[in-house]
Design a protein around this ligand. Structure first.
Ligand code: DHB
Ligand code: MG
Length: 219
């Protein structure tokens, strides 16, 4: 079983469950048009996150790493009309592109994109009493994952669902730079030994590079 098999199976799942529409494909197209490598989650992962958000009845979701807004579209569509997704993006160009994609998707009332470092914005959210969030999705730069997790915990409550993308590939990929590898290793160790959460990692395969997602519930 090679990567080709996983891609075929993922495409089958996407077609079976009709995991594409105009807003999502326009967002994917905007990434292609920008000539940037698409590091968004896959369609089936998007649906997975959306189902997780619905399962925890999420009204307030926090996302770290908006990129072009693909995952934000999936998550925001799980929200009730008075819900809120705050999505943090370091790169202002990505944030602007994401805002366009969110507007085109008709989700601008539900989604607030905050451009800047999560290391500044999350403490500000705490000061502003923006939490607690029902669900937090960490999908930003890997070296600071452990810091993001600590800050995320401060914006959580018992039962908050914390999901983190890309927590396996950098552990095993010999071409991964040390700062990414160490960032992920530090994060994984912190989550595993942290009494504040109950967690596990689910491996992810499909049309994206094989990797893993942390699923953690705050105790
Ligand atoms: C990269 C980042 C991601 O969040 C991802 O899912 C895949 C790749 C990256 O920075 O290369
Ligand atoms: Mg990712």
């Amino acid at each position: 079983m090679n990567n080709e098999y996983f891609i075929k199976a993922d495409n089958y799942i996407s077609e079976l469950f009709d995991l594409n529409d105009a807003a999502l494909s326009a967002t994917q197209q905007s990434i292609e048009d920008a000539g940037i490598h698409d590091i968004s989650i896959s369609p089936s992962q998007g649906k997975f996150l959306q189902l997780m958000a619905r399962l925890c009845g999420a009204k307030k979701i926090l996302e770290l790493g908006t990129f072009f807004g693909y995952s934000a579209i999936w998550l925001a569509r799980a929200l009730p009309p008075d819900g809120k997704l705050i999505s943090v993006e370091f790169d202002p160009a990505n944030a602007a592109a994401a805002q366009k994609n969110i507007n085109r998707s008709g989700l601008d009332q539900l989604v607030q994109i905050r451009s800047g470092s999560a290391l500044d914005i999350l403490p500000q959210l705490e000061i502003d009493n923006a939490g607690p969030f029902d669900m937090i999705f960490i999908d930003a730069d890997k070296p600071a994952y452990a810091e993001y997790f600590r800050l995320a915990l401060r914006l959580s409550r018992p039962g908050t669902l914390i999901i983190a993308d890309n927590v396996i590939r950098h552990v095993f990929d010999p071409t991964t730079p040390d700062d990414k590898k160490n960032g992920v290793l530090r994060f994984n160790q912190l989550v595993a030994e942290n009494d504040a959460v109950s967690a596990v990692i689910i491996q992810t395969v499909g049309c994206k590079t094989p990797d893993g997602m942390t699923i953690a519930v705050v105790n």
